[in-house]
Design a protein around this ligand. Structure first.
Ligand code: G6Q
Length: 545
């Protein structure tokens, strides 16, 4: 049965009425009337604890939001995703990142073929290769052991590996150096290879399509760097380059032995691929056993998402709160603030995951939405952010819902550091929610002229997510939590969370301008006045006419 657009669903109207009647109640009022909400508005799954008591919701709001999820066809769409149906309709593809972490023996069928054995075949090959690099059995062209691994990829073929590398440093082999090259700006490659010995360097060219301009350009220049360093013997490429891709023919054409290619499939979206072969650099860093723990964490959250009742289901709850904040409270951005230095790149990773997935303005059927969709996602680790942009969070004119992330136990138990870190994250949530009234500020003896400056209006929503302790398993569960949150949001908004036509456009346009910048003769002015003038100026700067 066709699902009506968001605003046409009965629960949406009920939520609008509820918001009009009770949406003005502040967090102070909500807690005063219902102190038990602090214990009650929580949920737990796959080792992640969610406290959403400081969101501007009541039990009634949650009940209505759950009705909205029901009316959005969430159960059917979730089942369709897990069953391998082609829910990415604009690209005619299944969406099966959950198959990447399905245990051996599970069964997920696409086009009559069980894909789980293929997934494990690649994982096993990755594991054998990673072990050989880690124990030195895989040597470079001159026989030297590999000491540096450089991942060359961009977008979904970079952000996950970078984030995971930062997050899993405590479990990484300290004798190996990891670098990441993504930007077509040569600076990225130059700095990533600075100080490395070509004889000891392994490049992992990570590109689903193996056509992406930045990655191919960086891979070509990396090959030239290698050959320059190794006396120009083209046979060296086979020992120093491996590929992660879905396109064996293009990999071979580049000069990489297809035996050293690790595949994945069109049903893995780029931003959902860090647990596929795109994670090869991660696996080399932490070893196959830890990588499998990471996958087990993903799978634990998949199972939680698939089986937990909606009212206790972390991705469902988080998505419903997001829809409430965006579509009823008017939030235009959301901040993810990890109080864990190892998660420093997690917000950047989530930016792609969320905004490339749900930054859409048409529904699955091509009609325009008449409501907001994805907010801007951003964030930086705490406590650093407290000393910069938190000013806006506390006293700015915009309300920014926040996800605080923290770990109950530290990786490094040094002095009072962890207690201080936790004290800060707890205090920030409290301050955002309850603020400080003028009366409280005056009671502290603040001069009257300063009172308005020192008032915090509060009533700013946040959730707190706690991991027991950072680990490969915990990271997998956390990433899967956000993957499924994004899926549920996309389902409620009615958009296709799995295409990215906005990204494709940039790939095409840049090729056209590149030809004009590099042409010998001045190109005919084919663009608007501004673009033509920029191209002329940049051609002159390059010494062209
Ligand atoms: C992700 C996007 C995009 C993609 C990059 C790299 O979902 O599709 O970020 O990952 O454009 O693409 P390749 O892996 O094909 O080089």
């Amino acid at each position: 049965m066709a699902v009506p657009p968001l605003r046409a669903r009965p629960a949406f109207a009920a939520l609008a009425a509820h918001h009009a009647a009770a949406g003005g109640r502040t967090l102070r009022e909500l807690f005063a009337a219902d102190p038990g909400r602090g214990e009650r508005l929580t949920a737990e799954g796959a080792g992640v604890f969610l406290d959403y008591a400081k969101q501007r919701v009541t039990d009634e709001t949650m009940a209505l939001l759950l009705r909205l999820a029901d009316e959005s066809g969430l159960a059917a769409r979730t089942a369709a995703m897990f069953a391998g149906e082609r829910i990415n309709t604009t690209e005619g593809r299944a969406v099966l990142h959950v198959a990447l972490r399905a245990p051996r023996g599970a069964r997920i069928v696409v086009d009559g073929e069980d894909v789980v054995p293929k997934v494990h075949e690649v994982l096993d090959r990755m594991a054998a290769f990673a072990d050989r690099v880690r124990d030195g059995a895989w040597a470079g062209h001159t026989g030297k052991r590999i000491r540096a691994v450089v991942n060359v990829g961009i977008g979904g073929s970079d952000l996950g590996p970078v984030m995971a590398h930062r997050a899993l440093r405590p479990w990484a082999d300290p004798s190996l150096v990891f670098r990441f090259v993504s930007n077509v700006d040569a600076t990225d490659l130059v700095e990533a290879t600075r100080g490395l010995d070509p004889a000891e360097t392994l490049f992992v060219v990570a590109s689903k399509t193996f056509t992406t301009q930045e990655t191919m350009t960086n891979a070509e220049s990396a090959r030239a760097w290698l050959l320059r360093g190794l006396g120009g013997d083209a046979r060296a490429v086979a020992r120093h380059f491996v590929a992660v891709s879905t396109d064996a023919a293009r990999v071979k054409a580049f000069g990489i032995d297809p035996a050293n290619m690790f595949g994945f499939w069109d049903w893995v979206g780029g931003r959902y691929s860090m647990d596929s072969a795109i994670g090869l650099s991660t696996m080399i860093a932490v070893g196959p056993a830890r990588f499998r723990e990471l996958l087990a964490g993903f799978h634990a959250m998949d199972e939680h998402f698939r089986t937990a009742p909606p009212a206790r289901n972390l991705p469902v709850l988080k998505a419903l709160l997001s829809v409430w904040n965006v579509n009823f409270l008017g939030a235009t951005s959301t901040a993810v603030l990890p109080y864990d230095q190892y998660l420093e790149r997690f917000p950047a990773y989530l930016q792609q995951l969320a905004m490339e997935s749900n930054g859409k303005r048409v529904r699955l059927d091509g009609t325009a939405v008449d409501h907001d969709t994805c907010p801007v996602w951003w964030g930086e680790p705490g406590t650093n952010g407290q000393h910069s942009f938190y000013q806006l969070l506390h006293q700015g004119t915009r309300v920014v819902p926040v996800d605080f992330l923290a770990c109950e136990r530290p990786v490094h138990d040094v002095g009072r550091h962890h207690a201080m870190l936790l004290a800060n994250v707890v205090a920030q949530g409290e301050a955002l929610a309850f603020g400080r009234t003028a009366a409280e500020v005056r009671a502290e003896g603040t001069p009257e002229a300063l009172v308005p400056h020192r008032v915090f209006e509060g009533n700013r929503p946040s959730s707190t997510l706690l991991l027991e302790r950072l680990s490969p398993h915990a990271l997998g569960a956390l990433v899967a939590l956000y993957e499924h949150q994004v899926f549920v949001e996309g389902t409620l908004w009615g958009v296709n969370s799995f295409d990215q036509w906005g990204v494709e456009l940039g790939k095409v346009l840049a090729s056209r301008v590149l030809a004009e910048l590099e042409a010998d003769a001045p190109p005919a002015p084919a663009h608007d006045g501004s673009t033509n003038a920029l191209i002329r100026r940049l051609r002159r700067a390059r010494g062209a006419r």
